[in-house]
Design a protein around this ligand. Sequence first.
Ligand code: NAD
Length: 517
Amino acid sequence: METLPEFRNEAYTDFSLPANRRAMEAALAQARAQFGREYPLRLDGKLIETEEKLRSVNPSNPAEVVGIHQKATPEMARRAVEAAYAHFPAWSATPAEERVRLLLRAAQILRRRKMEFDAWLVYEAGKTWPEAEADVSEAIDFCEYYARQMLRLSGPQPVVQLSGERDEMYYLPLGVGVIIPPWNFPLAILAGMATAALVAGNTAVIKPSSETPTIAAQFGDVLREAGFPETAFCVFTGSGASVGDVLVEHPKTRFVAFTGSREVGLRINERAARPPPGQIWIKRVIAEMGGKDAIIVDGDCDLESAVSGVLVSAFGYQGQKCSACSRAIVDARVYDAFLEKLAAKAAALRVGPADKPDNYMGPVISEGARRTICEYIETGKREGRLVCGGGTVPENGYFVPPAIFADVDAKARLFQEEIFGPVLAVTRARDFDHALELANDSQYGLTGAIYSNDAEHIRKGRERFFVGNLYVNRKCTGAMVGAHPFGGFNLSGTDSKAGGPDYLLLFLQAKAIAEKV
Ligand code: NAD
């Protein structure tokens, strides 16, 4: 294979240009025209319809059914793993260069269909246009990046040569991977985990979130169009609670790549650790989980940029990012000024249907999510001082306006628990050391940021702020493939560093061969 051009992140579409706006409007209309379509389950090359169905709705207007999907049974889950196991020898024997070629083709198809995917993300995940565009761009980046990484990892790896021997090491795929993504990056995270597994030569059972199965089904079409054989992967729709354990515990499952909540991740980790009869390996678990991410605002900093950074990190995509800022820890010297500016900006954010580009915030994902977030807002009224939000939006969708609570104690639930919605706790710090102590007072350790002009404070923060992804003088969301390998410490997960040079190794095992010569 000829060498590929250096990896570059995919450029975002500029929606301020009238031509792009028109194209996006057309894509939205096209997606809308397909609302309510039923998608079959493709299991081992056969199209299957189940009696029970999954219905995904438009969270901006839940009366609209975006897609109808099959609700696979536990028995089908067993079949999916067994089929993936049966097809593993053929797929793993496909030369790495060929797998890379297919992945690059998938990137190209996603690029061609970018606005179409943007539109599905708007309607099924409630993303605003720019958020949807970032999700699709990241999916393209994962394909391009992992294609290049696979080229690096295929073939013999450098090892020391002993005299009288030929010493070699090769990376081999593992086997059947169960891929379990969340709904909040329903394309990027699904595509990232699934393509990492596939390009490394594993077969994959991809179980998308029940909230976003249409995006997963459409991505399955992309893989097929790119030339990935139907036998190498299966987009397996069903309730996580009913088929998850079967997929994870199956003795032929070799590894699980999961991204989602701490509760489900820990359950998977525990269940995967117990080998059922007939299993002849220790399952590998990649589990990326929640966050309670903090931004430290130092006494000496550019306050305007700190306010904008916190605003975007806390309320972009309605706070439903694992990297979202949910704690602002602010030096006492600038606390009042920061709060005042932030509350004014947050109150001015427009909340409404995600397909209307004037809205900065769309809906949260589901009625259940809305209820949980509103319960936290009630808790916040007891634990802190509400300085913004707490009201409702006069629309049908699952909308929650941004909420900010001041004076939140480190022991408060609002400070400790992941809410996964547009709720921000603001806490006063005596000084920078205290701010760092507060920031690290968490069972999580995913992202964090520091806004400061003090070189000594930045040095301390780089050393002591215990998170997998630290940002200095910028927001704590928006990790870019290649530049910001992503993954968290503590109960945020296994720190797999998606989009980084080590990621594919998690989907491979090394074989060393020494031959006497
Ligand atoms: P979730 O844990 O509810 O669901 C994640 C996936 O697990 C879904 O596909 C779901 O169907 C499946 N699932 C549910 N029960 C299962 C079971 N018993 N066995 C196997 N699979 C099961 O999470 P979510 O609500 O989809 O996503 C939000 C969470 O994801 C938040 O906690 C967020 O912080 C986290 N997240 C983390 C990262 C990261 O990189 N660390 C990225 C995005 C989201």
